[in-house]
Design a protein around this ligand. Structure first.
Ligand code: 13P
Length: 253
């Protein structure tokens, strides 16, 4: 059975102390309120990684994530952070190809393919983001757009490696806008993604890959979204900055 995952993407929020306070709150609430079937991922800024890794203990089902990594192993890339560096402080998940990185840092599908490779070879789990902008939703073919992102960045992977990858569908028009995809829109796209994976890797492999929804997901709409057959959890931005909201979303399965 595929994993149910709720991942919090803090983006560029929380100073050091605020971040650690949020983690303690999440850990305490999760202990009291969450069952063993939900995996939480906290994708914090780089400055928090080491300290959070020391706060989390094994067996809690709460994992540490980063929001990006560089596509080279090491070298003269001022300001960048490598997979090996992340691994050395206990990071276990890395978000790859968030639409904000694609837009503001011009990350390409080809570059993201290299990042996914490095993350997997470092034995970390990539959370690969895909999703269409508003113009494509309204005037183009959103399914083709997303399939193309997946084909160009993930289809070189072996079946073993694709099974280790988490996919997050984040329609760009729903990110930080308060405008959520309806559960029908989400289910339709998630099923299309699984179908596309199935054509390449077979139904059994596609059935094991967790596909998360992201974009204005909050406690009030998580239950409906998570009840969709092909929605295996969420990648949460704004609402992950509040422990109560984040845990309430994780209780929505
Ligand atoms: P919001 O939940 O703030 O819309 O952000 C979604 C997102 O981009 C998560 O990666």
């Amino acid at each position: 059975m595929r994993k149910q995952i709720v991942a919090g993407n803090w983006k560029m929020n929380n100073n050091y102390d605020e971040g650690l306070k949020l983690v303690s709150e999440v850990v305490n609430m999760a202990k009291d309120e969450l069952g063993p079937d939900v995996y939480l991922v906290l994708a914090a800024p780089f400055i928090h990684q080491k300290a959070i890794s020391q706060l989390l203990s094994t067996g809690e089902n709460i994992y540490l994530g980063a929001q990006n990594c560089h596509e080279k192993e090491n070298g003269a890339y001022t300001g960048e952070v490598s997979v090996a560096m992340l691994s050395s402080v206990g990071t276990e998940y890395v978000i790859i190809g968030h639409s904000e990185r694609r837009e503001y840092f011009q990350e390409t599908n080809e570059q993201l393919a290299k990042k996914v490779d490095l993350v997997l070879s470092g034995k970390l789990t990539p959370i690969f983001c895909c999703g269409e902008p508003l113009e494509v939703r309204e005037h183009g073919d959103p399914y083709k757009h997303v399939e193309n992102q997946i084909e160009e960045s993930l289809f070189h992977l072996s079946a073993e490696d694709i099974k280790k990858t988490v996919i997050a569908y984040e329609p760009i028009w729903a990110i930080g806008t308060g405008k959520t995809a309806t559960s029908d829109q989400a289910q339709y796209m998630h099923a299309a993604i699984r179908n596309c994976l199935s054509k390449k890797y077979g139904q059994e492999v596609a059935g094991e890959i967790s596909i998360l929804y992201g974009g204005s997901c909050k406690p009030s709409n998580a239950k409906e979204l998570f009840s969709c057959e092909d929605v295996d959890g969420g990648l949460i931005g704004g609402a992950s900055l509040n422990a109560r909201d984040f845990i309430d979303i994780a209780k929505s399965f």
